[in-house]
Design a protein around this ligand. Structure first.
Ligand SMILES: Cc1cc2nc3c(=O)[nH]c(=O)nc-3n(C[C@H](O)[C@H](O)[C@H](O)COP(=O)(O)OP(=O)(O)OC[C@H]3O[C@@H](n4cnc5c(N)ncnc54)[C@H](O)[C@@H]3O)c2cc1C
Length: 327
C-alpha cells in the first residue's frame, strides 16, 4: 500500500496498453496496469484466428490515430507484436494474472482490490476491460451436457464437423469464414439480412456462400437446443430442426454488470458506464476502449482513448504533481 499511483489502468487490451504508454510518454511515471489473464491482449488472443487480417478501418470506420502507438492494421500476430514492443519499450509496470474485483473511492483516491486480495491506491483509474470477457449468450437454456460443443469462439473447433455459427455481426461472420474450409458450416441469424458486419467481412462471406461453401440460414431464430447423443439438435422458430456437431455463438459481449456494481463508476439507466467525449465518467474515473461505447469499438479507437484520457488528466483534471500538470 506504500505507492500511490497516479494512474491505475484495468485491462491490458489495446485501450489499456495505449493509456499506459501515453502516460509514460507524457512523463507520468507512477502507473500500474492490471490484467486478469496471463498476457496482454486477451481478446485478440482468444477471438482472433491465427493470421487473421486485422483491419484498421474496422466496421468501415477509419479512425485517424492521435497517439503514439503506430497501428496500421496487419495480422493478429503483427498486432500482438506491436503491443508487446510498446509494453517493453515504455517499461510498463504490468501485473498479469491479476483481476481487479472491486474499486472503492476514499476521499479523492481509489482503492483497487484484486483477486489476490491485494489493494493498491491510485489518484485516477482507467477502466479498459472490454466486453469480450462476458460473451453474450442466448436466452434459451443450453444443456450442461453440451458444454464442450457449445462455444463462444473458434479455438475449440477441431475440424471435420457440421457446425452452426450463430449471430449477425463481425464475430459470427468471421467465425464462419475462418472455419469453413475444414468444416461444413451454416451461419444463422434471426434477421433477414446481415447489415452490421464490416463490408470486407460481408464480401468474404458472400464469396463462399455463392460458391456453396457456407450455407446461410437467415430470418429465423432458434427456439431451443437439445442434447441428442452428444450432438446438438437445434429447433428453429420456423418449425425446422437440424442436428450439428457444434454450435459457435458470435453474439458479441456485454458490460460486466456484476463487476461495475462493485465500483464507484457512474452508470446510466441501462447499467452502462456514463462517458463524456474525453472518456471521463466521474472525477478521477475514465472509461476506455469497447467499454466506452455501446456498439462495440475498434483497436484504433481504443488506442485514441488512451491518448485522449492521459491528455485530459494532465490538461483538464490534473490531480497529479504540479510539474506534470499542463495547466
Ligand atoms: C472476432 C473479432 C474480430 C475483430 N477484428 C477486429 C479488427 O480486424 N480490427 C479492429 O480494429 N477491431 C477488431 N475487433 C474489435 C477489437 O478486438 C476491440 O475493439 C478491441 O480489442 C477493444 O480493445 P479494449 O482494450 O477495449 O478491450 P479488450 O481488447 O477486450 O481488452 C480488455 C482486456 O481487459 C482484461 N480484463 C477484463 N476484465 C478485467 C479485470 N476485471 N481485471 C483485469 N483485467 C481485466 C481482459 O482480459 C482483456 O485483456 C474484433 C473483435 C472480434 C471479437
Amino acid at each position: 500500500m506504500s505507492t500511490i499511483y497516479d494512474i491505475a489502468i484495468i485491462g491490458a487490451g489495446p485501450a489499456g496498453i495505449a493509456t499506459s504508454c501515453e502516460a509514460i510518454i507524457l512523463g507520468v511515471k507512477e502507473i500500474i496496469l492490471f490484467e486478469k489473464s496471463g498476457n496482454h491482449s486477451d481478446t485478440i488472443r482468444k477471438y482472433f484466428k491465427d493470421n487473421k487480417p486485422v483491419d484498421k478501418a474496422w466496421k468501415g470506420i477509419d479512425v485517424v490515430l492521435q497517439g503514439n502507438i503506430n497501428f496500421d492494421g496487419g495480422t493478429k500476430e503483427s498486432t500482438l507484436e506491436l503491443f508487446e514492443d510498446a509494453l517493453e519499450k515504455y517499461l510498463i509496470n504490468a501485473q498479469f494474472h491479476t483481476e481487479v474485483t472491486e474499486i472503492i473511492k476514499k476521499n479523492d483516491q481509489f482503492i483497487i482490490v484484486t483477486n489476490k486480495n491485494e489493494s493498491y491506491v491510485a489518484k485516477n483509474i482507467v477502466v479498459a476491460i472490454g466486453k469480450m470477457g462476458k460473451p453474450n449468450k442466448p436466452d434459451y437454456k443450453i444443456p450442461k451436457t453440451l458444454s464442450k460443443v457449445i462455444n463462444f469462439n473458434i479455438l475449440a473447433s477441431p475440424g471435420d464437423e457440421k457446425v452452426l455459427v450463430v449471430g449477425g455481426g463481425d464475430s459470427a461472420v468471421e467465425f464462419a469464414y475462418y472455419i469453413h474450409d475444414k468444416n461444413d458450416v451454416t451461419l444463422t441469424y434471426r434477421k433477414a439480412a446481415l447489415t452490421r458486419p464490416n463490408p470486407k467481412n460481408i464480401a468474404n462471406l458472400m464469396e463462399k456462400v455463392d460458391a456453396s461453401k457456407i450455407t446461410l440460414k437467415l430470418g429465423v431464430d432458434i427456439s431451443s437446443i437439445e442434447d441428442v447423443e452428444g450432438k446438438v439438435k437445434v429447433n428453429f422458430t420456423d418449425g425446422s430442426t437440424e442436428t450439428y456437431d457444434r454450435i459457435i455463438y458470435g453474439l458479441g459481449g456485454s458490460t460486466p454488470k456484476e463487476f461495475l456494481k462493485k465500483t464507484p463508476i457512474v452508470l446510466d439507466e441501462k447499467g452502462n458506464p456514463v462517458v463524456n467525449e474525453k472518456n471521463l465518467n466521474s472525477p478521477g474515473i475514465y472509461i476506455a476502449g469497447d467499454m466506452a461505447g455501446h456498439l462495440g469499438g475498434s483497436i484504433a479507437s481504443a488506442l485514441n482513448h488512451g491518448y485522449i484520457i492521459v491528455n485530459d488528466i494532465l490538461k483538464n483534471n490534473c490531480n497529479l504533481d504540479d510539474d506534470l500538470c499542463m495547466t
